[in-house]
Design a protein around this ligand. Structure first.
Ligand SMILES: Cc1cc2nc3c(=O)[nH]c(=O)nc-3n(C[C@H](O)[C@H](O)[C@H](O)COP(=O)(O)OP(=O)(O)OC[C@H]3O[C@@H](n4cnc5c(N)ncnc54)[C@H](O)[C@@H]3O)c2cc1C
Length: 473
């Protein structure tokens, strides 16, 4: 049975992978000339990679880790020390760490918090711990109910001192959804904290050993094609064509460079494109349906990924860093963290600029100048004196609509992967699964879409023998 999937991000590729495992023939149709969507990366003229986003993988990503295992590429994940490192804006050039000892959860997390005395006082830690009790005791149900509050509102409700938000949670909120605590839903931070506190290695981080396009997406494509599937680039979905009964008749694919449009037909159809373009492509009769109307409540949030190549080493830190700067979110010296980008003599900083609404339409030059100014505050030792560090080159990648903006009330807008249309399914990090807008969420959404398809449209022995005889349907 043939399944047409629009979008070759992690959701679309994972959906195709699990469908191929279940005996289907997936055909993935990607708009751009690059795999990976929000994990896409490009090589510049000098052979250096630059990426849509600085990506870290967490221990609390069971479906992603399973996928690496199934593809036989687990060794490509470079696990880092179990710690979280924050810049200290008040003491430039220094860091504060939350080190997780090798003991069971939640004690390793509790110890990490208790042992850090740079950022929080004892009273603040105790009041935060008490505030967190309902989430720890009542679990995910409580966490979901808190979607009516922003993180700032929730902290006030729990009588947690405001300094805790300023010291720790601006950085966490920006890292998780590229927005500040007065905008982000409390559900997002509580979900992450619950995972980190309940799973021993939940907050342990890994970097991929090279570009996600080459080191993660390509193995997925190889896996899919080896099992009879296909992944086509430069194939934008232009229109979802309907039968009279409202089911999907075909995907109309826009012809590029003067080529005619093409109708692709299949037994089943999946949208694995982000929610913003999907809203535009929804056929008129579907727009009336409450299931699809909910999508209007979801919208991608802007973010900018900046790469700076310097003439020398600025750090020897082999880890993710929380900048705690108003302009920036997390960053890493990729010349240390990523084997494929390694350089023993010169740093390449990859930095996430967030919130980015104000910056998204500005020029690359303006953005780089502002980031450099911020770096002078974080590393004054490298940018002052007779021989300041020199910027060799840069790349700026803007994503005007990235993951869905997780403000309060969004949970009820997130759709299931199974839609009311019997031959149409959804995959994508915005669809309902417990991992929010993340790589893990994207992979899980694709897996769930594949699972619902196999439940609703099982592959029969007739399909299998037709496929063996050379037919695709
Ligand atoms: C700066 C940044 C940093 C991030 N950091 C992390 C991190 O550290 N950890 C983490 O877990 N997650 C992180 N994320 C989030 C993560 O990248 C996403 O959640 C995930 O990759 C989304 O996958 P997806 O398949 O749902 O969507 P996408 O990756 O957006 O894939 C959708 C695909 O559909 C294609 N498409 C769009 N329109 C059409 C059309 N008409 N026809 C055909 N194809 C179409 C797109 O080109 C794209 O390839 C980050 C994201 C960004 C932007």
């Amino acid at each position: 049975m043939r399944v047409a999937i629009a979008g070759a991000g992690l959701a679309g590729l994972s959906c195709a992978k699990y469908l191929a495992d279940a005996g289907y023939t997936p055909l993935v149709l990607e708009r751009r000339d690059v795999l990976g969507g929000k994990v896409a990366a490009w090589k510049d003229e000098e052979g250096d990679w630059y990426e849509t986003g600085l990506h870290v993988f967490f221990g609390a990503y069971p479906n992603m880790l399973q996928l690496f295992k199934e593809l036989g590429i687990e060794d490509r994940l470079q696990w880092k020390e179990h710690t979280m490192i924050f810049n200290q804006p008040d003491k430039p050039g220094t860091y504060s760490r939350f080190d997780f000892p090798d003991i069971p959860a939640p004690f390793n997390g509790i110890m990490a918090i208790l042992r850090n005395n740079d950022m929080l006082t004892w009273e603040e830690k105790i009041r935060f711990g008490i505030g967190l009790l309902p989430a720890m005791i009542r679990g995910q149900k409580y966490v979901e109910e808190m979607d009516k509050y922003t993180w700032s509102e929730w902290m006030r409700k729990q009588s947690i001192p405001q300094r805790v938000e300023k010291e720790v949670f601006i950085a966490m909120s920006k890292a998780l959804n590229f927005i500040n605590p007065d905008e982000i839903s409390a559900t997002v931070l509580l979900t992450a904290l619950n995972r980190f506190l309940q799973e021993k290695d939940g907050s342990k981080m890994a970097f991929l050993d090279g570009s996600p396009t080459e080191r993660l997406c390509q193995p997925l494509v190889d896996y899919i094609t080896a099992r009879g599937g296909e992944v086509r680039l430069n194939s934008p979905l232009k229109e979802i064509l309907l039968n009279e009964d409202g089911t999907v008749k075909g995907f109309l694919i826009r012809g590029l460079n003067g080529a005619p449009d093409e109708v692709v037909t299949a037994d089943i159809y999946v949208s694995a494109i982000p929610v913003d373009p999907l809203k535009v492509l929804l056929p008129a009769p579907w727009k009336e349906m409450p299931f699809f109307q909910k999508l209007q409540g979801l919208e991608g949030v802007p973010v900018i990924n900046v790469h700076l190549w310097f003439d020398r080493k600025l750090t020897d830190i082999d880890h993710l860093l929380f900048s705690r700067s108003p302009l920036l979110s997390v960053y890493a010296d990729m010349s240390n963290t990523c084997k494929g980008y390694s350089d023993p003599h010169r740093s390449m900083l990859e930095l996430v600029l967030a919130p980015a609404a104000e910056w998204i339409s500005r020029s690359d030059e303006e953005i780089v100048a502002a980031v450099l100014k911020e770096l002078e505050k974080l590393f004054p030792q490298h940018f002052t004196g007779d021989n300041p560090a020199k910027l060799r080159k840069y790349h700026v990648v803007k994503t005007p609509r990235s993951v869905y903006k997780a403000t309060p009330g969004r949970q009820k807008c997130r759709p299931s992967q199974r839609t009311p249309i019997p031959n149409f399914y959804l995959a994508g990090d915005y669809t309902m699964q417990q991992y929010l807008g993340s790589m893990e969420g994207a992979v899980l959404s694709g897996k769930l879409a594949a699972k619902y398809i196999s439940e609703d449209h099982p592959v029969t022995s007739r399909h299998l023998s037709m496929a063996a005889a050379g037919g695709t349907r």
